[in-house]
Ligand binder design. Structure first.
Ligand code: AR6
Length: 206
């Protein structure tokens, strides 16, 4: 089921003008996965059918962390597009573990896939919810023919998921999608997170 909106045009000049606060640091490929240290909204694969994943909340109306950074960089059109996502119940556009897709507007990718990870201390089965968040994001990417996809460390910020466990879940879900994507990137925001993710990726895929 492809979504009905037209693929937005990417204006690379807009992108060139945007100042990137954190330059993308190291990028290491291990198996089918590339880990990058940096800021996800600075991430792009020009001219390819691509998307990035947002660690959103159930309301889907923006927030702090990576969600705030993505909304700021995408522009107000992204918030308008999120508002148009139908509520499944009052105030909830995307339940925990599910995913929704919108265009990416001023970001240098075509699509944003919004997913909601678990709040680690409040979720009864955080490992199930987190794997669903990764799985449903990848399913939606596949349905929309996205071949290059970048993830942040979903739930590893204010939702306080332990890094090592989260990285193991992320990498194991990827293995459910063999030969589906040309590239899968994890864009990690801190040295610590980057170190943990890279270690797991090399243990599991290397
Ligand atoms: N690029 C890449 N990663 C980032 C960036 C960035 N610009 N900024 C933060 N991170 P979080 P969550 C990392 O808190 O835990 C929002 O308010 C961050 O260091 O953004 O899933 C939403 O609206 C961490 O490793 O997301 C929700 O309310 C990872 O991204 C709530 O936070 C995720 O941290 C979701 O919490």
């Amino acid at each position: 089921a492809r979504t009905s909106f037209d693929q937005p045009e990417v204006h690379s000049n807009d992108w060139e003008r945007a100042a990137c606060p954190v330059s993308l640091g190291s990028a290491i490929r291990t198996g089918s996965v590339t880990c990058l240290l940096g800021d996800i909204w600075c991430h792009r694969v020009i001219g390819k059918l691509n998307g990035l994943v947002n660690a959103a909340n159930k309301q889907l109306l923006g927030g702090g962390g990576v969600d705030g950074a993505i909304h700021r960089a995408a522009g107000p059109e992204l918030l308008d597009a999120c508002r148009k996502v139908p509520e499944v119940r009052r105030g909830v556009r995307c339940p925990t573990g599910e995913a929704r897709i919108t265009p990416a507007f001023r970001l240098p990718v075509f699509y944003v896939i919004h997913t909601v990870g678990p709040i680690y201390d409040e979720d009864e089965h955080p490992e199930v919810s987190l794997s669903n968040a990764f799985r449903n994001s990848l399913k939606l990417a596949k349905e929309n023919n996205i071949q290059y996809i970048a993830f942040p460390a979903i739930s590893c910020g204010v939702y306080r998921y332990p890094f090592k466990e989260a990285s193991r879940i992320a990498i194991s879900v990827l293995k459910e999608f063999p030969d589906t994507f040309k590239e899968i990137h994890f864009v990690l925001f801190s040295d610590e997170l980057y170190g943990v993710w890279l270690q797991t990726a090399s243990e599991e895929t290397g």
